[in-house]
Write a protein that binds this ligand. Sequence first.
Ligand code: ATP
Length: 255
Amino acid sequence: MHTTTQLKRPPKNSTTKLEVKMISKAFTLHNRNSINVAGFSEVSFSVNPGSLLALTGSCSVGKSSILKAIFRACLIDSGSILFHRRNGGVVDLARCSESRLLHLRRREIGLVSRFLTISPRVTALQAVAAPLVELGEDEQASLFLAGRMLDLLGIGEELFHVSPLTFSGGERQLVNIARGVIAPKELILLDEPLISLDDESSDLVLNLLQGLKKKNIAMIAIFHDKVGMDQIADNTYEVCRGVFPTTVEAQWEAA
Ligand SMILES: Nc1ncnc2c1ncn2[C@@H]1O[C@H](COP(=O)(O)OP(=O)(O)OP(=O)(O)O)[C@@H](O)[C@H]1O
């Protein structure tokens, strides 16, 4: 049974930014006799502007897959994912058109995955500024803001013009976070934002996330660091292993 826990008092007059209703997903392994693997089942939660919901649960219960489903990087089998726009409109992210989804991903919903994916020869400054430049912002102004963001996260100026592909795991993660949150968004999904970070860098990231909450941004994040999670999360949702009618072993036997 999935459980929601409220850790902090909700902001006054809070409305809902995202409502996830009874979503389920099984992965079909087409190269393994079409066996179904449980992704997650009957997951429901909501998150408000200015608050952070942490997804908790054991390994492989489907936490990352839920974030991907909200971003529609993976398709759900059933349920709905209702995104409440600032203009009052409600969009079901599981069913809206591709063009609307792309628009929302550019302007309103961000995903910070566990890995920084950039081309070689792109500098740290360019990598962080890119989401703003892609939105049509002035390049110099974007590079300036990127520098400020990197500075906030403790990346020294001497690294600004170096490719993050040569960075340490922690430095690369800081660039990943900076790049993921630099453009204005209303909902940000973070898959283990504190991964590879020492205590000092974790604190800098937590401060940054606190600032995003003050800007009324809604966030859903996965943490394996409970101390960090307790500092920033307003609510937690414990994901339990997906339940499907047949086990993988039974499917192998039947195949
Ligand atoms: N594209 C995919 N194809 C097949 N199976 C997948 C796919 N993505 C995820 N899975 C399976 O779905 C299950 C849930 O994976 P997921 O990565 O969402 O779990 P998680 O809770 O984030 O795990 P962890 O905490 O260990 O990172 C796993 O058994 C995984 O192997």
